[in-house]
Design a protein around this ligand. Structure first.
Ligand code: MN
Length: 500
């Protein structure tokens, strides 16, 4: 994926009023510039932070909000009330503002200057109450926003600002995301269904269906040299099974897989899609279920959901953007089977084929094996084990009354033994706080068997993302983070104790 943060910016907007006179306002502007510049230089921020002129009137506030709405490169704003800024001045601007915003509750000075503090100092540095006035009107207007409190030079504050910018970038990506569906949902499956129109209203992305022939008719488009070049890339990138190597007995099937990848790439490009689904029940014209191709596309940042699962294709795309450059990896995933040993209860996650190699612990092998379903020839796939580390599973479901996101942090472990007969990529994890409690809470909340699995994003980022969409959010396994207190038309999960 191209760097999704390139050319993007967040505007730093400081609020005040004219009561203080021109001298103090010049000081407020100078301090605001220092804070913005300091955050930009020390905060390891993914996008540019631009300090904007102070706003001191309703007209100026409304004008900057309108400018932000119309600026394609502006993915969000940071507001800070260095002094008091009467919040009725903010009503029109906030009502019109469509971009995500973070309310930074900070102060220019870190310490109180005990010897010299006087009323001039007090009046200049009053975010402690100026920001409460601003927060009140945001809450009253029902504005979804991130609030971060603390000194702007604190690493924890800078991390939160940086993480939020990644959420804002994923949100902007979602507003123009095309999710292409090749075929419909797997027949009779419930949780992969949902209201696509409501999804577009809530999340911004568009879901459109295409016949599998749109892919199949492209299979012969690629020239022999293109196919050979891609196979050489496979040779260099993976440990190929002997029969798949050049002159191997099944090299032709690898070449067919390369043709599928090239066709898929051209289909996605022509449709401007950065996320897609397919289904093993609709493969007319394809010799094998796309495995290797899907895995490689995911590794480049494309969202994917199997069996028509467009909600997780879109969610994975958002997580790929949010986690860009973090290096841990993110994948489509499925809770597959359990290890219910009394001393250690674990989940073995996998899918038929489609697990993203960005999570691989070592160089994947490229293999060919039979697939029991789909009634096609043996599909190519990358086989590997996910690396150990802290990760999470996230799901979005359509409850019938709206969307709900459920997040469960997990600890990924190295398998205690080799899995010599398992022909698919896999991840072994311990759900937090433990398997029984996590699974009980997940199932009560209606969580799907499909997830987006990631080492690169935090539950807090996903909570902020859910808040932007105005959907219900439930976290399992961390009592520190509570369900989002954001406007939601979803009925609260009745007395389900999810924060265990
Ligand atoms: Mn599945």
């Amino acid at each position: 994926m191209n760097n999704p943060f390139a050319g993007k910016e967040v505007w730093f907007v400081t609020g005040s009023q004219h009561l203080y006179g021109p001298g103090p306002l010049r000081q407020v502007q100078a301090n605001a510039d220092v804070v913005a510049q300091g955050l930009a230089e020390e905060g390891n921020l993914p996008v540019d932070l631009i300090s904007k002129p102070l706003v001191t009137t309703a007209e100026e506030i409304t004008a900057i909000c309108r400018l932000a709405n119309d600026a394609p490169n502006c993915i969000g704003l940071i507001f800070w009330m260095h002094t008091f800024s009467p919040a009725r001045m903010w009503i029109q601007g906030l009502k019109e503002l469509q971009k995500p915003f973070l309310h930074l509750h900070t102060q220019y000075n870190r310490a109180i200057p005990w010897d010299s503090i006087d009323m001039d100092f007090m009046n200049l540095n009053q975010a402690a109450h100026g920001d409460r006035e601003f927060g009140y009107i945001c809450t009253r207007l029902g504005k979804s926003r991130k609030v971060v409190a603390g000194h702007w030079q604190d690493t924890a504050v800078q991390h939160k600002v940086s993480d939020w910018m990644r959420v804002a970038a994923a949100w902007q990506d979602h507003q123009q995301l095309q999710v292409a569906r090749l075929g419909d949902n797997m027949r009779n499956v419930a949780v992969t269904e949902g209201d696509k129109t409501e999804a577009q209203i809530r999340f911004g992305y568009t879901v459109n269906g295409y016949g599998i022939s749109e892919l199949a008719t492209r299979l012969q488009d690629a020239g022999a040299s293109q196919v050979q070049a891609l196979c050489r890339e496979y040779d260099e990138s993976y440990d190929l099974a002997t029969e798949l190597r050049p002159a191997g007995s099944r090299r032709a099937e690898l070449e067919e897989s390369a043709r599928i990848e090239l066709a898929l790439r051209s289909f996605l490009e022509d449709n401007g899609a950065h996320a897609f689904t397919d289904t093993f029940e609709d493969l007319q014209g394809l010799s094998q279920l796309p495995g290797l191709a899907v895995q490689r596309l995911m590794a480049e940042g494309v969202g994917f959901g199997a069996e028509g699962d467009w909600k997780h294709a879109a969610l994975l795309r958002a997580i790929k953007v949010m986690g860009f450059g973090r290096g841990g990896g993110s994948s489509f995933m499925e809770d597959y089977t359990y290890h219910l040993h009394p001393e250690q209860q674990l989940v073995l996650g996998a899918h038929m084929l489609e697990v993203c190699p960005s999570i691989a612990g070592s160089r994947p092998s490229c293999e060919i094996h039979p697939l029991g379903i789909g009634a096609r020839s043996d599909p190519l796939r990358l086989v590997f084990t996910a690396h150990a580390g802290a990760a999470l599973n996230a799901t979005v479901i359509d409850s019938g009354e709206g969307f709900r996101m459920i997040v469960n942090p997990v600890q990924v472990l190295d398998p205690p033994e080799n899995l010599p007969r398992l022909p698919v990529a896999r991840a072994l994890w311990k759900p937090l706080p433990d398997l029984p409690r996590a699974s009980e809470a997940w199932i009560l909340a209606g969580g799907a068997h499909h997830t987006a699995f990631s080492y690169d994003v935090t539950p807090e980022q996903l909570q902020d993302f859910a808040a932007l969409a105005g959907i219900d959010f439930q976290q399992i396994g961390d009592s520190l983070i509570h369900p989002a207190k954001q406007p939601s038309r979803v009925r609260a999960a009745q007395a389900v104790a999810l924060s265990v």
